[in-house]
Design a binder for this molecule. Structure first.
Ligand code: ATP
Ligand code: MG
Length: 156
């Protein structure tokens, strides 16, 4: 499905809906150009998830761990050169843990993403507006799209 975010507040509302549907083991993939809003939506998702720390981009660390209602792992794989490097960082343990994984630039490791996941591709329309293209497989994906459709209707 596609949904337009008209401004940051809208992205916050969408992020909250996503956050409430995350379950143990969910992998959420965020793609889109530099400055699209991957970290911005992650911050809203994390806050609603109960993460008290302010989330910053983990570009240099690749993976940062937070605690919310479940462990919350934020990855930015922009600089990953090979999928093997991900395993060296313990990737397997993160995605098969009870926690939730949010992965910015997931297309860089598309060969090792689990089949059950939620993908959000963010396109910049202009300074404030973003087009979110959401795809995926599994219950969490189904629940998120269902709720976002309802949200879209209340906005129109
Ligand atoms: N509707 C919107 N949704 C999300 N972000 C928005 C929106 N409108 C404006 N912005 C701004 O766009 C910027 C997005 O930056 P952000 O760091 O989240 O991008 P990113 O996709 O994580 O980039 P990078 O690839 O460098 O990590 C922020 O400054 C944010 O305030
Ligand atoms: Mg980012």
């Amino acid at each position: 499905m596609k949904i337009i975010s008209n401004n940051l507040k809208d992205t916050e509302n969408i992020g909250k809906i996503i956050s409430r549907n995350l379950q143990s083991g969910t992998v959420l993939c965020l793609d889109g150009d530099l400055g699209a809003g991957k970290t911005a939506i992650t911050q809203f998702i994390a806050r609603e998830f109960g993460v008290k720390d302010y989330i910053t981009s983990p570009t240099f660390n690749i993976i940062k761990e937070y605690m919310g209602r479940l462990p919350f792992y934020h990855m930015d794989v922009y600089r990953i050169e090979s999928e093997d490097d991900m395993y060296d960082l313990g990737y397997d343990e993160y995605i098969y843990s009870e926690g939730v994984c949010v992965i910015e630039w997931s297309e860089n490791i598309k060969g090792i993403l689990p089949a059950d996941r939620v993908n959000i591709n963010i396109d910049r329309i202009d300074d404030n507006r973003r087009m979110l293209n959401i795809s995926g497989r599994g219950d969490v994906f189904e629940n998120i799209t269902e709720e976002l459709k309802q949200y879209e209707n209340t906005c129109n």
